[in-house]
Design a protein around this ligand. Structure first.
Ligand code: SAM
Length: 252
């Protein structure tokens, strides 16, 4: 069985510094603003937003800092979620340990997002999307990003050893891709701390092309599917690093 690739307390402490928000957070925040404005116009009342695979919760807490929102952060990693729960502003979020199956199928959410390629950890995408569709209201919006397999990013992932300073002392790191099988990419991330402690985490990521993503969305009850090539609605091409997905549950 795979261990949690986000299971080390010290590496989780380093996560936000290593993954500084860029256009991705701006995109998801602007989308939340648009959905909240439409929700207020249509129905009044609070907007409910689910952040699946919320990790350390940096984006989740930013979304919850806007008044008039109910924000739910879901993540299966107890270490990531434990860190998220300890951060300033965490009280404004409802944190749920688990994956999409832990969400109530109550058709209440206005928006589901999943950032940081978290959806690539999901093996059975239609099953997860079906859960998310059940959590969303009719006409609710889903958005997430997924790396474009055409760019074959994994070919750059096997690296030599690098060393850097961290608050926990020098850290030596490297990665090794161990298997590539039809978009299923397995890699080991090595982390060696100053005292010799070595943490090796095996991750599996599922690269899906536009056809696979659209097929999974359609099979799960989503329509109005948009597959874009970046955070500014660029058209999707073979060179696009990311596929940015937006869709809606069918209106009743
Ligand atoms: C690269 S992190 C992204 C975290 C955060 N969304 C961000 O943008 O920084 C991927 C996250 O996906 C979570 N994850 C792994 N498998 C998952 C699953 N089946 N469902 C939901 N989240 C999952 C991990 O625990 C991890 O916190």
């Amino acid at each position: 069985m795979l261990t949690d690739p986000y299971g080390d307390e010290q590496l989780v402490e380093l996560y936000d510094g290593d993954n500084e928000p860029r256009d991705d957070h701006a995109y998801y925040r602007a989308l939340a603003d648009r959905v909240a404005a439409a929700t207020a116009a249509d129905r009044g009342g609070a907007t409910t937003i689910v952040d699946l695979g919320c990790g350390t919760g940096l984006l989740t807490r930013a979304l919850a800092a806007v008044p008039g929102r109910r924000v739910i952060g879901v993540d299966p990693s107890p270490t990531m979620l434990g860190f998220a729960r300890r951060q300033p502003g965490a009280d404004a979020v409802t944190w749920i340990d688990g994956d999409a199956s832990a969400l109530a199928a109550d058709g209440q959410a206005d928006l589901v997002i999943s950032s940081g390629n978290a959806m690539m950890h999901v093996e059975d995408l239609p099953a997860t999307l079906t859960r998310l569709a059940a959590a969303l209201r009719p006409g609710g919006v889903i958005s997430f990003e997924s790396r474009n397999p055409a760019v074959r990013a994994w070919e750059q992932w096997t690296t030599g050893v690098t060393e850097r300073e961290t608050p926990f002392g020098p850290l030596r790191e490297w990665m090794e891709v161990t298997a590539v099988d039809q978009g299923r990419v397995t890699f080991d991330a090595y982390n060696v701390f100053e005292d010799g402690r070595q943490e090796v985490y095996t991750s599996v990521l599922f690269f899906r092309d536009a056809e696979q993503l659209a097929g999974a969305l359609e099979a799960s009850g989503f329509g109005e599917i948009e597959l874009l090539g970046g955070w500014h609605d660029e058209p999707l091409t073979a060179e696009s690093r990311l596929i940015v997905v937006r869709a809606r549950t069918e209106p009743r």
